[in-house]
Design a protein around this ligand. Structure first.
Ligand code: SAH
Length: 492
């Protein structure tokens, strides 16, 4: 039941309502006309843009406004009059409740079309630089079960659907395993089947849940901070190696041993099993020490280049970062390699290098790789990964790229022929953009997970660099996330 009084207005009355500053405005029968960005679509009312969540172009909906500015507003659908002809039946029974794969109602070809257009329009609108036509977006061959890493949460409060909330026989008190409900940190959506990772992930989660219930082990109460079972991380590699790390909230050797014994016995395909005792209030793993129960304590993933078919191996520990869609990471890195245009003589800088995967992947064509990354543990992984692949021509440095990449640093390690940069969503620090302009490497390859900040940076780089290639890649089917690789060449 809605807690507030809804004042319904049609589009025609809309501006009068705004003028009278009425709250809880519901705009009726809006035709969602286009995809906007970040998963939101839009409708236009008298020239004003209304951004709407959880709808797709072609839907006709009543929208309750949550934000209302002069030129734009934002809202959520409260009633659907008719659904878009583009819609398809979502394949997951948890769709709409679990926040995981929010675009399942769109055919994959449409998802790719919207992502492609978003890249093109964002680069044009924010970048304001001359652009070549984008290459067609590279979609994923496998649109389900594509994640190599997944984390499930155990909890003692079940998420109740709107219908269940109205039914007094339903209670949220239940031991469940799945994902946090969107916007509700203390409620967990009980997942029966998740389509994000290959077997035996679902079986492991369900078995751990059953085992804990059968033994009376408490599931974690995130509000009151007690309980045994907390989270479970599964890493499944294309090499077949499988790592499971179960986080527990009690340092109880007997329970932990029973849990480990049972999981190891029931799932012989687990190549390394770990547990992590966490009595903190949050679930973050970075300041905890996972304990290896069996196996080597890490898994090895493999990525193959397109040019010489050479494959590189990457050691992934329970705390390491690695691209979560292996097959598409391979495509992403192949494109990056191609755009770098290496001949064997180049000094390549891999900025925001994480565990060094891009630099290592392109190393076969380079004279030297210099990687820079903020997290020291990732740099340790990068060094180990370079050694694992027998690469001696790579050096990795821990620190903020904006501070490390000074003229002195470039002078010490060699003038860059190619700079590869792969910043987080916020894009590059302006200081780094300046340093790149000063260094004037002939080629820059910019890998981005956020076209808006990439566009902003391209605008700054325009001073010396022309965009010569644009290649969007889809790493995350059924989500609105998008990756984009841009090649830049020095203009003069
Ligand atoms: N290129 C890597 C990782 C990309 S994710 C890969 O493909 O696997 C972006 C990385 O940038 C993260 O590892 C993050 O820790 C790092 N990072 C974020 N801000 C940074 C900064 N200011 N300086 C250096 N590294 C940073």
């Amino acid at each position: 039941m809605l807690k507030f009084k809804v004042v319904k207005v049609n589009a025609y009355d809309y501006f009068c309502a705004v003028r009278r500053k009425k709250k809880n405005i519901v705009l009726e029968k809006l035709l969602v006309s286009d995809y906007a960005a970040e998963g939101k679509s839009l409708a236009r009312v008298e020239g004003k843009v209304i951004f709407i969540e959880n709808v797709v172009p072609g839907d006709v909906v009543d929208v309750r406004l949550l934000k209302n500015k002069k030129d734009w507003a934002e809202g959520v659908p409260v009633f659907t009059h008719s659904y878009s002809a583009d819609r398809v039946q979502p394949f997951c029974r948890h769709f709409g409740i679990c926040g995981g794969c929010q675009w399942q109602m769109l055919p994959y070809a449409k998802q790719l079309e919207y992502k492609f257009r978003q890249v093109e329009e964002t680069l044009k609108r924010i970048g304001k630089v001359a652009l070549p036509p984008s290459l067609p977006i590279i979609g994923a061959a496998g649109t389900t079960h594509y994640r190599n890493k997944i984390e499930y949460t155990f909890g003692n409060k079940r998420y109740l659907t709107r219908e269940e909330l109205g039914d007094e026989s339903q209670s949220s008190e239940a031991d469940v395993a799945g994902f946090h409900a969107k916007g509700l940190f203390d409620k967990v959506v009980d997942i029966q089947e998740c389509h994000l990772q290959e077997a035996p992930t679902n079986e492991i989660r369900l078995a751990v849940k059953e085992l804990a219930i059968a033994n009376g082990w408490p599931f974690y109460d995130i509000k009151n901070h007690h309980g045994f079972l907390r989270t479970m991380q599964v890493r499944l590699c294309t090499t077949g190696e499988l790592m499971v790390n179960i986080m527990v909230g009690e340092n109880d050797a007997e329970k932990i041993n029973r849990l480990m014994e049972e999981v190891a016995a029931r799932f012989p395909s687990i190549t390394t099993l770990l547990y992590t005792i966490n009595t903190k209030w949050n679930d973050s793993l970075h300041d905890l020490e996972p304990v290896v129960y069996s196996g080597k304590g890490y898994v090895v993933e493999e990525l193959r280049t397109a040019t010489d078919g050479k494959s590189y191996r990457f050691k992934i520990g329970p705390k390491s970062f690695f691209q979560t869609n292996t097959k598409q990471a391979e495509r992403l890195y192949q494109i990056t390699n191609e755009f770098a245009g290496l001949t064997g003589n180049e000094t390549v800088y891999d900025l925001y290098c994480g565990t060094g995967s891009i630099g290592i992947f392109v190393s076969g064509g380079a004279k030297k790789i210099i990687g820079v990354e903020m997290i020291p543990a990732a740099i340790e992984d990068a060094k180990e990964n370079a050694a694992l692949n027998g690469i001696t021509s790579a050096d990795f440095f821990a620190g903020d790229v904006a501070d490390i990449c000074t003229p002195g640093f470039f002078a010490t390690h060699g003038r860059p022929d190619v700079i590869i940069t792969d910043p987080p969503r916020a894009g590059m620090h302006e200081k780094l953009v300046r340093q790149i302009l000063d260094m004037a490497a002939p080629t820059v390859v910019y890998v981005s997970c956020n076209p808006a900040t990439q566009a902003r940076d391209l605008n700054l780089l325009d001073e010396k660099y022309a965009v010569t290639m644009v290649q969007p890649v889809d790493m995350f089917p059924h989500t609105h996330h998008i990756e984009n690789v841009v090649q830049l060449k020095l203009k003069f």
